[in-house]
Ligand binder design. Structure first.
Ligand code: SF4
Ligand code: SF4
Length: 55
């Protein structure tokens, strides 16, 4: 399991700044590297549009 970012992403960058393992890369939408993600949920907690969700 890993988190994934949906097309609802508006590119604010808050998730990437808050990820403890730097698993999130800039893009449209932002992208989570599923091999690096440790499922902490921090990205989902900071996202203003609810784009990251457990996949
Ligand atoms: Fe990073 Fe945690 Fe989000 Fe995974 S769930 S991408 S480790 S902030
Ligand atoms: Fe996209 Fe949400 Fe991350 Fe902002 S916090 S870049 S809207 S996924």
């Amino acid at each position: 399991m890993a988190y994934r970012i949906s097309d609802d992403c508006i590119g604010c960058g808050a998730c990437a700044a808050g990820c403890p393992v730097e698993a999130i890369s800039e893009g449209t939408p932002y992208v989570i590297d599923e091999d690096t993600c440790i499922d902490c949920g921090a990205c989902a907690g900071v996202c203003p549009v609810g784009a990251p969700a457990e996949a």
